[in-house]
Design a protein around this ligand. Structure first.
Ligand code: NAG
Ligand code: NAG
Ligand code: NAG
Ligand code: NAG
Ligand code: NAG
Ligand code: NAG
Ligand code: NAG
Ligand code: NAG
Ligand code: NAG
Length: 769
């Protein structure tokens, strides 16, 4: 670099000092691809989305195009009718393109469905928008396992496009790391057997990586490693060409058990048991970060990884996710921080450490402010980034005093385990991001999405993503109106009203209860499932009525059809909870007649649920299993991967260690798993009532495990990957049956109605068999 260029660079860096916080420590974290490469990448992205219409768009990536010293995009239509997009990076330009689609063309792109009916004559525009923060982060360390695990390149390509369109420039890239580890382990003289008993199967890698478990669902084959490396390289290349910063993993301290044989004198501790996994599958060893060997292995890993994938200098490392450090001594915690960061800088002097702040929520009592301070301030200020992982419900930045000066990112976690129930915290997301940024001495440097699983409740992710640029909270009434119009490509005032109802009910959660997809139909049958919700069931039924009434008019919209299925699913899920309570009440009252009637109705829910879900591709079990099988290299592996896929969404562990956690309301699993479970349970309740013998729940559950749950994971029957039936027809029929109930009844008052004869008759008459 010439002297002149150097001066220019210094001036450039100085000039940007007051724009974003922490420029002195994070200024080097920026796109590596040239502006030309980024422009071409965005032009190709537009081509993938709009095909020949893409010719009407022109993209120019210009890193100097700052607005108030901040990254920005500009969209305007020129005299020749071309839509010009200027952005400070590829991601900025892609966001500008998406903004134009959303706010000028009323188009919509979501995970499952899109609405891209653009006007023949592209509307005029002339807007410039700057980004609030430099970083928009995406992914939870669990998303890889719950959502992405079986994806091929095609699916990844589409999703990387989605990331760019929604402004995400700071994203995890986690494929292929076990392949790198295998090389490192071999250099350290671990045998193949040592490695095989360590690696989990693909569906459980997230928890291997965080040291929670080992071996379950494994081992991994060399074909899997090759595929992962190949995929990772394609992903990285695409992300970088769009101007994203991919975040790679670093060594967190977790090692195969054999470390103790190879280094008998080194201080390692067995990790604590996590979620009752037994010794075969739990507790890898944890190499104390203060041991000299920590740096040696950390360096070996990073060097091997950089050799294969290059680096953008940001590394994720979570040493104590859901497992506490062995001691509370402040100087120990401080040494841990120093060692982890030291191992990174040993091979990359420009390293920045990014950590999920989940431990501060999960182990709230361990991580007192003093201890957090000891850990965080051991790393040079501004060289560590904390993901405030569930800011919409359990923000920690206040309790932990802006992370004692370290930068953090405000993240919406929203979903656990990829479960499907409707919920979200729209008003909190809308307001609190901005409040947090404007706090005195705020160290917030970005916004993020950290869902454990995607493909549900898209609306809330669309809203949160806009916090990248919104300076003021949006008018939610108007925002939901706009969303509805974009999504369905039509102005239908009834449907707009239905979405307003959803906005004020399912999408306005403000409580502190933990949302974990606990609904009676998908939970393990039991006499005491704790059903709760924060909204009035009647709100969902009101919205459902409107959807069904307007179905004819909107049936050509794939997004509407998707949402009609989703709302019908939600209404059935609620009916499940309602009838669950009735069954239990009847059982406890030993009212055989009522038990018989209510349980018959309850069982009917599963058939209708199966019917409606089978009409939409997004709600099928088949694609999940078939995509798993496609990743396999041979029949034995195909079998193992299918087992991985089936086990994760049901038993989650050999003995139901985290049973139901990642449950899915999908066609296939409803009929072959959830329904048989309840059939068995209800039959046992019935027998107990009929014979007046005590009900042994433990024994029933053991039967259920043997007869339904475990067999489902070993079963190899094939499920459709394409939908069947007509969603509108199915929704209408189901609505006729289930839509008449519980107007304006708060769930808390439900008990009052249990047993009462409140409009049950019309329903029962429809359930013939
Ligand atoms: C866009 O708006 C800016 C000021 O708001 C104006 O200077 C510029 O000429 C406009 N450009 C076009 C192409 O209309
Ligand atoms: C691995 O084994 C080789 C050959 O026995 C030995 O030379 C080397 O030092 C060992 N490496 C480690 C890290 O123990
Ligand atoms: C299986 O893996 C081997 C070696 O990694 C590879 O040569 C072969 O092409 C793979 N076969 C399939 C069907 O993927
Ligand atoms: C090993 O590490 C633990 C936790 O850091 C510490 O308490 C213990 O004293 C260490 N043991 C040895 C032998 O260094
Ligand atoms: C752990 O559970 C698995 C599956 O149930 C079993 O095969 C294994 O023997 C158990 N291991 C231990 C140490 O109990
Ligand atoms: C912000 O920082 C200043 C300077 O360190 C300090 O005096 C002030 O109390 C801080 N404000 C808050 C709300 O922490
Ligand atoms: C809704 O869309 C209109 C028209 O594009 C726009 O002017 C308005 O700002 C949007 N409102 C919100 C809250 O997004
Ligand atoms: C539920 O409905 C009742 C009665 O209409 C109303 O008072 C209450 O505010 C509603 N609760 C919620 C959370 O919407
Ligand atoms: C309930 O148990 C009785 C007596 O064993 C049996 O006749 C009846 O078919 C059972 N009903 C159901 C729904 O299982």
């Amino acid at each position: 670099m010439g002297v002149f260029m150097r001066i220019l660079t210094v001036l450039y860096i100085l000039a940007s000092v007051e724009c974003y916080k922490f420029e002195n420590t994070l200024g080097h974290i920026k796109p590596k691809a040239s502006p030309d490469v980024q422009s071409v990448a965005v032009q190709q992205l537009i081509q993938r989305i709009l095909h020949q219409k893409a010719l009407k768009f022109s993209v120019n990536v210009d890193p100097q195009f700052l607005v108030d010293n901040k990254e920005a995009f500009k969209v305007f239509k020129d005299r020749k009718g071309i839509i010009n997009i200027v952005g400070t990076s590829g991601v900025a330009a892609a966001t500008g393109f998406h903004h134009y689609l959303k706010y000028f063309c009323n188009a919509h792109i979501s995970w499952e469905v899109s609405q891209l009916e653009l006007p023949e004559e592209l509307p005029a525009a002339n807007i410039t928008i700057s980004f609030n923060d430099r970083f928009r982060y995406y992914q939870n360390t669990c998303t890889t396992s719950y959502s992405f695990v079986w994806w091929d390149w095609q699916r990844w390509e589409k999703h990387i496009d989605w990331m760019a369109l929604n402004s995400y420039n700071f994203v995890l890239a986690f494929n292929g790391q076990e392949a790198i580890w295998e090389r490192v382990y071999k250099k350290l003289n671990f045998s193949q057997k040592d490695i095989d008993e360590h690696f989990t199967g693909p569906a459980f890698l997230s928890w291997l990586r965080m040291g929670n478990m080992r071996g379950w669902g494994g081992p991994l084959s060399s074909a899997w490693h090759e595929r992962s490396i190949w995929l990772q390289k394609k992903i990285l290349e695409r992300m970088r060409s769009l101007g994203m910063i991919p975040i790679l993993p670093a060594f967190a301290g977790h090692l195969p058990r054999a470390i103790k044989r190879i280094y008998p004198d080194v201080n390692v501790t067995k990790m604590d048991i996590w979620n009752n996994f037994n010794d075969t599958y739990c507790c890898p060893y944890f190499l104390d970060p203060t041991e000299p060997l920590f740096k040696v292995i950390g360096k070996m890993f990073l060097e091997e990884q950089i050799k294969e994938f290059g680096t953008d200098h940001v590394y994720n490392c979570d040493s104590f996710n859901e497992v506490d450090p062995p001691t509370t001594a402040l100087n120990y915690l401080s040494n841990v921080g120093k060692s982890i960061y030291g191992a990174m800088t040993e091979s990359d002097p420009d390293a920045v450490w990014i950590m999920q702040g989940w431990l501060f929520v999960h182990s709230f009592f361990f991580w007192t402010p003093n201890r957090v301070k000891a850990l965080l301030t051991s790393v040079p200020n501004g060289k560590m980034i904390i993901l405030d992982l569930q800011s919409e419900e359990f923000p920690q930045f206040d309790r932990l005093q802006q992370y004692f000066g370290q930068p953090y990112i405000w993240c919406m976690l929203h979903d656990f385990g990829g479960t499907l129930g409707m919920f979200g915290s729209a008003s909190i997301v809308n307001e609190n991001v901005i409040k947090a940024r404007n706090q005195e001495n705020s160290t917030m440097i970005g916004t993020g999405l950290t869902p454990e699983g995607i493909n549900q409740n898209y609306v809330i992710y669309d809203l949160m993503s806009e916090s990248a640029w919104r300076k003021e909270p949006s008018d939610l009434q108007q925002w939901f109106r706009n969303y509805t119009i974009r999504r369905y490509g039509k102005v239908n005032e009834d449907i707009i009203r239905a979405w307003q109802v959803l906005k004020d009910s399912v999408y306005n959660f403000r409580g502190l209860d933990r949302m974990r997809g606990k609904y009676s139909i998908t939970w393990t049958p039991s006499l005491d499932i704790n059903i709760w919700t924060w909204y009035n069931y009647s709100d969902v039924f009101d919205a459902w009525d409107i959807f069904v009434q307007n179905a004819q008019e909107l049936q050509d919209s794939p997004a509407f059809s998707h949402d009609l299925v989703d709302l019908t699913r939600q209404a059935l899920q609620i009916n499940g909870d309602i009838y669950y309570k009735k069954i239990i009440a009847a059982f406890k009252a030993k009212d055989y007649e009522r038990f018989y009637v209510e349980s018959r109705i309850f069982k009917n829910i599963f058939d209708d649920l199966e019917t409606i879900l089978s009409t939409d591709k997004a709600f099928l079990l088949g694609p999940w299993i078939e995509s798993a099988k496609k990743c396999a290299n041979n029949s034995k592996e195909r079998d193992l991967f299918e087992f991985n896929a089936r086990n994760q969404i049901t038993l989650w562990g050999p003995n139901g260690e985290i049973i139901n956690y990642a449950n899915k309301q999908w066609s296939g699993i409803v009929a072959k798993y959830y329904k048989p479970r309840w059939d068995l349970f209800i039959a046992a309740m019935n027998a107990s009532l009929a014979k007046d013998i005590p009900f042994n729940e433990k024994k029933v559950k053991a039967n259920m495990f043997r007869e339904v749950e475990e067999p489902f994971t070993f079963d190899r029957s094939i499920f459709p990957i394409e939908p069947t039936g007509n969603p509108v027809q199915a929704a209408k029929e189901i609505h006729r049956k289930w839509g008449v109930h519980y107007r304006k009844v708060h769930p808390k008052e439900l008990e009052k109605f249990v047993g009462g004869n409140n409009r049950r008759e019309p329903l029962v008459s429809l359930i013939k068999k």
